[in-house]
Design a protein around this ligand. Structure first.
Ligand SMILES: [Zn+2]
Length: 252
């Protein structure tokens, strides 16, 4: 891992010439390397610095040094983020080094953003080191991070960001059970690993969210008419899991 990381960091300097710069935190001290890539259609909507700031804020409370970096534009056969991961196209591109340009896969998280609407399900997928999510247009409408509380009511941009964090979590080995929820008045506060699942159909929940309790001990309840309130940083339990993340094998 060490050698791979150094080799990657040596090459990272070249990324500036690929178009987008401004990565604030990168260096041998980075413990988690998150690289965000875009399909060609999604790249029409990128507000990179703003998105990077939001993702960085979500990871900050973990206490790990997380480098959030721009990957590049990736040619794909579709905008279906779920299919691109589960069908193997995106993992294969990373493993074969055919992502294009000089960009190299990150050691830890490679998240591909697509232009697919967040109202088409499934919205994304994440497996170790590799993830994808739709919602590029919604993400471009995120407010600047300093104008955006870290727990907010439902909006398309906030939901897209939360699902993006959800898939990053899967790429780092987190499960839905690591999530957190808590009723608050007529709202139900949900962390990234829970996200919209409580409002899904019984069928979807049975298949993908079949749990009564989080690993942190919190009760997983039904919304019972409550509206979602979205945490845009990782919950305490999720942070704990991210702190435990120690790399693992990446096939590149
Ligand atoms: Zn999930």
């Amino acid at each position: 891992m060490g050698l791979t990381r150094r080799a990657f960091l040596l090459s990272a300097g070249a990324l500036g010439s690929a178009g987008v710069t401004g990565t604030a935190l990168s260096g041998p001290e980075a413990e988690v390397n998150v690289k965000i890539w875009f399909t060609e259609q999604a790249s029409d909507h990128v507000a990179w610095n703003r998105l990077r700031d939001h993702v960085q804020r979500a990871f900050d409370p973990t206490g790990k040094l997380v480098a959030v970096e721009f990957g590049g534009t990736v040619e794909t056969s579709s905008e279906n983020a779920y299919e691109l991961v589960t069908g193997g196209e995106w993992p294969k591109k990373l493993a074969q080094g055919t992502v294009g340009g000089e960009a190299k896969p990150a050691d830890d998280v490679n998240l591909l953003v697509t232009a697919r609407s967040m109202y088409e399900f499934p919205t994304g997928a994440g497996i170790p080191h590799v993830a994808s999510v739709g919602g590029a247009e919604a993400l471009a409408n995120l407010p600047p991070v300093e104008d955006c509380p870290d727990v907010v009511g439902w909006s398309d941009p906030a939901y897209a960001l939360q699902v993006l964090l959800h898939e990053c979590g899967h790429a780092l080995g987190l499960d839905h059970e690591d999530g957190y929820m808590e009723p608050a008045g007529d709202e139900l506060v949900v962390s990234p690993m829970v996200s919209g699942y409580p409002w899904e159909s019984d069928e979807v929940k049975e298949q993908q969210f079949d749990t009564q309790q989080g690993t942190c001990g919190c009760e997983f309840v039904d919304p019972e008419g409550r509206d979602p309130r979205l945490m845009l940083t990782f919950s305490e339990c999720e942070r704990e899991r991210i702190r435990e993340y120690d790399g693992g094998y990446a096939p590149w």
